[in-house]
Design a protein around this ligand. Structure first.
Ligand SMILES: O=C(O)CCC(=O)C(=O)O
Ligand SMILES: [Fe+2]
Length: 236
């Protein structure tokens, strides 16, 4: 099998729990994907539903679109193309889902600290491929990551947007890909700019994780949320 990532990149993501690949896509394809994303977020009726309690408790303020690849050829092709990278990192892996995150301008939209899955799953079994179709900076918001936190167990209780020991902020440019282990602590700083911030996320999982409950659970600093049942779980 041809290995899309070099040894250094492969080791980095396994050890650090994330990997930033600048200019993963060329500018023409990036523009195409950007257009496709904008078409989706323009349709407010497609926004995912989570309970008002969810947004309030976890201070999650942004819009999410579930599986936009289902109705969009460009997004579908791009997300499928990432299987090559996924197979290298995870081993034989399965496509899980896609998401668009939309941090709309003028609303201070941000994303609180979270883990994408429950930490009953082992690290190295779930990866988020985050694609950025436009440049980012301090004003539009960046991706906050705690390196090596994928092996640190569940997120501790605390402030949803507070500083976490060891955190770094990445400001991806148009065409960049950031790969994050689903257990790595990550968040997005507020969009204080006049421009919408969007990201396109594709998720791949190991064969072991297929059908497990861990996939339904998002972990926040205010407790865990069951996305399948749309309900908050007691902090444990
Ligand atoms: O928008 C981002 O940069 C991060 C999105 C994210 O954490 C997610 O979709 O799981
Ligand atoms: Fe996430």
């Amino acid at each position: 099998m041809k290995m899309p990532l070099g040894n250094e990149a492969y080791n980095f993501i396994r050890e650090q729990g994330y990997l930033h690949i600048p200019r993963y896509m060329d500018s023409d394809t990036t523009l195409e994907i950007y257009e496709a994303i904008r078409e989706v977020v323009f349709q407010e009726s497609l926004r995912a539903y989570n309970t008002p309690e969810f947004y309030k408790l976890h201070q999650a303020i942004n819009f999410t679109f579930d599986n936009p690849h289902l109705n969009n050829e460009i997004l579908r092709k791009f997300s499928e193309s990432l299987s090559k990278v996924s197979n290298q990192i995870i081993g034989p892996s399965d496509f899980h889902m896609t998401l668009i995150q939309h941090n709309k301008s003028g609303l201070n939209h941000s994303i609180p600290w979270h883990q994408d899955i429950d930490s009953s799953a082992e690290p190295g079994n779930f990866y988020n491929f985050l694609f950025y179709p436009h440049d980012s900076n301090e004003s539009i918001g960046g991706l906050r990551v705690v390196p090596k936190s994928h092996t640190a167990g569940p997120l501790s209780q605390g402030g949803s947007h507070d500083y976490l020991e060891g955190e770094i902020t990445i400001f991806p440019k148009a065409g960049d890909l950031i790969i994050v282990d689903g257990l790595t602590f990550h968040a997005v700083s507020p969009n204080l700019s006049e421009q919408d911030r969007v990201s396109f996320c594709t998720r791949y999982i190991s064969k072991e994780l297929i059908g497990t409950k861990a996939l339904d659970i998002g972990r926040y600093r205010t407790g865990s949320y069951d996305y399948a049942e749309k309900k908050d779980l007691d902090f444990a």
